[in-house]
Write a protein that binds this ligand. Structure first.
Ligand code: NDP
Ligand code: MG
Length: 386
């Protein structure tokens, strides 16, 4: 029986992981659950899965929950998450969104945990420090992001020295084929209507701007220790090929499956086993064709910005990229800025930043806060209110 701590159990990845755990109750036990604001769902999860630990963001919420669930230890805030990540679980699933996952990942890595890892922003902001902690303690990061889980599977049994390049696939999002002119008026409602994947709001907007792929290039660099120039992106609207690895002899190994996050979540949770999926596989004859095209980096600048941010290994630029993106996505969802203001202001933030090197966790958190506050207080950004 594997005991799993699920950080971010009320989110899109977290709830799907709990469904899988319920469907495979002989294999897994829930050790910890956590939420930020959705305490009613967290309370239901505590009732159903009887975890040893639960964590809410807020102290008052934690107090209410502990009265309701005396059999579960309830903690709160960043310290609570760090504790859930490093205490008695066999595996930690990091399904938090944004930089809230940085400290818990660091704690889990230092404690030598096996971490099923969805929270890409953490590797973008703190890749160097997290990987150092992972290697230092013998911890493991098992990718949950579908592209990275695919690459992990394509690498198994092969030598990393013989890899020529990784090819990340991208669905292209809801605005695939739009011109810059058309993107100007893109609304949050349109951005949240992803053609293939049903995900949390932040990552859905990241998919619409293509920043998701930019973040994934950085995530792949750290997870697989590859130079960014070895990581290509191709748009594949059907989202059947989840990513590919090309070897030195020209052979390309692809991992395919239906676009369903339960595949990669289940693969990471059960590794080295595979879970039974009763929904069946891909019907290739029904699909007819799979297509591939070049990403339009003229209209969608975020991938270029992500590559620019990691050019200089160990610099603070990816922290700025990530924090600016999170703050700007929030403003866009609040209809305070337009769609294209996301990419133009990330570029502005990167240009204004003088990179520093070797930041520790506190330094990363400080810079992250400074960039968010700078964007939050920038009155020039709010003139565009819809
Ligand atoms: P959601 O927004 O659906 O869920 C995020 C979870 O984290 C929720 O439980 C939320 O609590 C909690 N949370 C958010 N902010 C904080 C905070 N500051 N402190 C404590 N808890 C917090 O996100 P997703 O599940 O979509 O994504 C999670 C991660 O996985 C992201 O990094 C994303 O990029 C990555 N990912 C997601 C995919 C998907 O299909 N969804 C695919 C591939 C990667 P509450 O519910 O209370 O708000
Ligand atoms: Mg992905």
């Amino acid at each position: 029986m594997k005991r799993i701590a699920i950080l971010g159990s009320t989110g899109s990845i977290g709830t799907q992981a709990l469904e899988l755990i319920q469907e495979n109750s002989g294999k897994f036990e829930v050790f910890a659950v956590s939420c930020e604001k959705n305490t009613s769902l967290l309370s239901e999860q505590i009732e159903k899965f009887k975890p040893q630990i639960a964590v809410a963001a807020d102290e008052k919420d934690a107090l209410l929950l502990s009265r309701k669930h005396p059999g579960t230890e309830i903690f709160f805030g960043a310290k609570g998450l760090a504790l859930a990540a490093s205490a008695g679980a066999d595996m930690v699933l990091n399904a938090l969104s944004g930089t809230s996952g940085l400290v818990p990942t660091y704690e889990a890595a230092k404690a030598g945990k096996v971490i099923a890892f969805a929270n890409k922003e953490t590797l973008v902001a703190g890749g160097s420090i997290i990987m150092k902690a992972v290697h230092g303690s013998g911890a493991a990061l098992l990718p949950v992001d579908s592209e990275h889980c695919a690459i992990w599977q394509c690498l198994l049994g092969n030598s990393p020295r013989e890899v020529r390049r990784l090819v990340l696939t991208a669905s292209g999002g809801p605005f695939r084929g739009y011109s810059l002119e058309e993107l100007k008026n893109a609304t949050p409602e349109q951005a949240l209507r992803h053609p293939r994947w049903n995900m949390g709001r932040k990552i859905t907007v990241d998919s619409a701007t293509m920043m998701n792929k930019g973040l994934e290039i950085i995530e792949a660099k750290w997870l697989f220790d590859m130079r960014p120039e070895m990581i290509d992106v191709v748009v594949h609207p059907q989202s059947i090929v989840h990513s590919m690895v090309e070897y030195c002899d020209g052979a390309v190994i692809a991992q395919m499956g239906k676009p369903d996050m339960k595949g990669p979540i289940g693969y990471a949770l059960a590794y080295p086993e595979r879970l039974e999926n009763k929904a069946g596989g891909v019907d290739f004859a029904e699909l007819g064709s799979l297509t591939f095209e070049k990403p339009d980096e003229g209209a969608f600048a975020c991938m270029r910005l992500a590559r620019q941010a990691i050019k200089d290994e160990g610099s603070s630029s990816p922290v700025v990229l990530n924090a600016a993106n999170e703050a700007l996505v929030r403003l866009f969802l609040e209809k305070k800025i337009g769609f294209l203001d996301i990419q133009s202001n990330i570029e502005r933030a990167l240009e204004a930043h003088t990179p520093v090197y070797g930041l520790d966790i506190d330094g990363i958190l400080e810079l992250d806060k400074e960039i968010r506050e700078g964007i939050g207080n920038d009155s020039s950004l709010h003139g565009n209110s819809a």
